[in-house]
Design a protein around this ligand. Structure first.
Ligand code: GLP
Length: 243
């Protein structure tokens, strides 16, 4: 595991964007696994800038997002489809037909998840999976559990995740209680993993996930067993890992 401490959010975002940009330059038809949340907003802004300045092209890139709320239409402002359009897809030269997010509008959870998992497999597999970290160690929407989920599945969100994500909704009752997410197995099959985390609020979970025991109670801890992981955090998020 490569553990990189950046000075601040901006430097974290630039360094993470560089990892993605280098892959896209080396392999223009690469498959990116993408994430939502506040953490990657800065790195998406950097990638948009790079693309608009002609430094990288997304023309042949395909993407698979980690997760989506169950029950939100794709154009709902809090859906992850919408997030990706606003922060990346609408501002770069990507073919929208090559972008994929689990279909939260499909009420048939088993079919939605099986279709998504099959599409990832048929694509040949994710070259680089970007991840943020939930405060409880969730990756995608894989919440603390007794086992690691192998494939894309429908999960019940924990109260703490619903509370954390309610900041983006008008009222906590509007936050969906379920989501479709790549499984831990799906994530672990990516050739490379890139994790970003910033701020004091993530310091404890960064320490637990990357320097604590590997356990499904801290889902991100399984990443310690992945052969190619780069973690990029700012100084605040790294503050409990030093000394
Ligand atoms: C959400 C997403 C995760 C994300 C996490 C952290 O629930 N499903 O993919 O990594 O929360 O979000 P943030 O970056 O806003 O702290």
């Amino acid at each position: 595991m490569e553990f990189i401490v950046a000075k601040n959010y901006e430097e974290m975002s630039r360094k993470a964007a560089d990892v993605i940009a280098e892959l896209v330059a080396r392999k223009p038809s690469c498959i990116l696994g993408l994430a939502t949340g506040s953490t990657p907003e800065g790195l998406y802004a950097q990638l948009v800038k790079d693309c608009q300045e002609g430094k990288i092209s997304f023309k042949d890139v395909s993407t698979y997002n980690l997760d989506e709320y169950r029950g939100l239409e794709n154009d709902h402002p809090q859906s992850y489809h919408y997030f990706m359009e606003q922060h990346l897809f609408n501002h770069v030269n990507i073919d929208l037909a090559a972008t994929h997010v689990p279909d939260g509008s499909n009420p048939d959870a088993a079919a939605a998840c099986a279709d998504y998992e099959a599409a990832i497999k048929a694509s040949g597999g994710v070259d680089l999976q970007l991840l943020g970290l939930g405060h409880n160690g969730h990756i995608g929407f894989n919440e603390p559990a007794d086992t690691f989920a192998k494939e894309t599945n429908c999960v019940e969100l924990t109260r703490s995740t619903i509370e954390a994500n309610s900041r983006l909704f008008d009222h906590i009752d509007e936050v969906p209680t379920q989501a479709y997410t790549m499984g831990i197995g799906t994530i672990m099959r990516a050739a490379k993993i890139l994790v970003v985390a910033n701020g004091q609020g993530k310091a404890q979970i960064v320490r637990d996930a990357f320097f604590g025991p590997v356990t499904p109670q801290v889902p991100a801890s399984i990443l310690q067993f992945h052969p190619d992981v780069t973690v990029i955090v700012d100084e605040a998020a790294a503050s409990l890992c030093q000394g």
